[in-house]
Design a protein around this ligand. Structure first.
Ligand code: GDP
Ligand code: ZN
Length: 439
């Protein structure tokens, strides 16, 4: 890979602020080993050490004042995270030691690293694509196991590979179209245009659909329970939670406000919202609750629409906005069923019957295909680029060859933006602004 040859050397404390067992100062750039030579005294001299080695010794400030003892790790470019010479100093995790050590590194010619600058250098050196760099950030910020798994997949380059496969197909079709432009009367054969473009469209639709899952995995999902009073909302919420969180009473209309509860569904953080019962009502307070329930359902990632299975069926008294994702639930399955509907899942909050299947259905509805171990889009930037690529491919499918070629070029540009092979400096800056210093 080409070295871009930054002339400056950057330094930062790479570990989190506060006291810890170990703390790390990281230095990268052409002067990194000179900095290491200046502040480390050990058996070997950092600049004379082979890459991938660590030396034990002590860290010294100006005037040979001993700061601490610890390890000096030496990586030689291009075999390092940034692709440059890198030295890492591991000391006791004391803010007092680390700040002196960083100050000494700056005295010796390094400058303070900006947020994400080590990863930026790795990206600019071609060691990571932009989606991988974003995955580094996702991994640092991962608060759930699903988010961690997804970030690790992204870091492995799986997203870039998935995008590259789509781009390769588009490139072949574009080449076929361009080759044919000189012989317009012939037209591009279906198997070189229609068939691969239909495939690319399907792949992009699947890719775009993962954006929701990515956000759900990182930020969690909101799930609203709706249904008429007494349908069993509070009981189901408690059953899903496994403890009494809502007040369950046999008097209809008890839950006039709403209650929230947190649970984890196979590593996805889910906020359950128990809404006021939905029904046409004269009671003003309750009417307000119903309006609130409808708006909560609109803001939810998924709605569980509950209907009492022990009573004759009535339709839900509200119309959910089109596009709302709904799982229909027939409650009180332990009682004799007053109706059946293959589209509604039978559950009993009393016996627990149907609950594992319901959890499973919720998980699948939130994560969709993406639950199957494929790389997802995890940032809005990626999702936007993928949606633009999809729109261009869809346009290309309907247009004559010359115009289709233009649309395919645009689609390829959008995909190159997604992986960061073709992005403006502003976009790159925006990505790295979210990083912490030292990463
Ligand atoms: P909500 O108004 O929709 O929140 O309904 P609740 O959860 O408060 O339940 C209303 C009534 O139905 C209560 O008397 C519950 O004990 C009863 N109930 C709820 N779920 C079940 C169930 O699965 N089986 C049976 N037999 N009764 C239930
Ligand atoms: Zn309730």
């Amino acid at each position: 890979m080409t070295r871009l040859g930054f002339s400056d050397t950057i330094a930062a404390i790479a570990t989190a602020p506060g006291h810890a067992g170990v703390g790390i100062v990281r230095v990268s750039g052409p002067g990194a080993l000179r900095v290491a030579d200046g502040l480390f005294r050990g058996r070997g001299q950092p600049s004379r050490t082979r890459g991938g080695r660590f030396l034990y010794g002590e860290f010294v400030a100006e005037g040979a004042e001993r700061l601490d003892d610890g390890l000096c790790l030496v990586f030689r470019g291009p075999h390092s995270y940034t692709g440059e010479d890198v030295a890492e100093f591991q000391t006791h995790g004391s803010p007092a030691v680390l700040s002196r050590l960083l100050a000494r590194a700056l005295d010796l010619g390094a400058r303070p690293a900006r947020p994400g600058e080590f990863t930026l250098r790795a990206y600019l050196a071609g060691r990571l694509d932009l989606a991988q760099a974003e995955a580094v950030l996702d991994l640092v910020n991962a608060g759930t196991d699903t988010a961690r798994r997804q970030a690790a997949l992204g870091l492995s380059g799986a997203l870039g590979d998935r995008v590259d496969r789509i781009a390769a197909g588009l490139t072949r079709t574009l080449a076929a179209i361009q080759a044919m432009l000189d012989y317009p009367e012939e037209g591009v054969p279906e198997e070189e245009r229609g068939v691969p473009l239909a495939q690319a469209e399907a792949d992009l639709v699947a890719l775009v659909a993962t954006a929701r899952a990515g956000q759900v995995a990182t930020r969690g999902a909101r799930l609203a329970l709706i249904g008429r009073p007494n349908a069993g909302k509070s009981s189901l919420l408690n059953a899903l939670l496994g403890y009494e969180r809502s007040i369950v009473t046999p008097i209809p209309g008890t839950t006039r406000d709403y209650l929230e509860a947190q649970l984890s569904l196979a590593g996805v953080p889910v906020t359950l919202v128990d809404t006021a019962g939905l029904r046409e009502t004269a009671d003003e307070v309750e009417a307000a609750g119903v309006r609130q329930a409808v708006s909560l359902a609109q803001g939810a990632d998924l709605v569980l629409a509950l209907e009492d299975g022990s009573l004759p069926r009535e339709s839900l008294p509200v119309d959910l906005p089109p596009g709302t994702r709904v799982i229909r639930v027939r409650t009180k399955a332990d009682l004799s069923a007053a109706w059946e509907d293959a589209g509604a899942r039978a559950v009993s909050a009393v016996t627990g019957a149907g609950l594992p299947e319901l959890r499973e259905a919720i998980h699948a509805a939130l994560l969709g295909d993406a639950a199957r171990g494929e790389a997802w889009l995890t940032t809005e930037r990626q999702a936007d680029a993928a949606r633009r690529a999809l729109a261009h491919v869809q346009a290309a499918r309907t247009l004559p060859d010359d115009l289709a070629g233009y649309e395919l070029e645009e689609a390829l540009r959008a995909l190159a933006e997604l992986t960061g092979r073709d992005v403006s400096e502003d976009v790159v800056d925006a990505v790295f602004r979210n990083f912490c210093v030292g990463k």
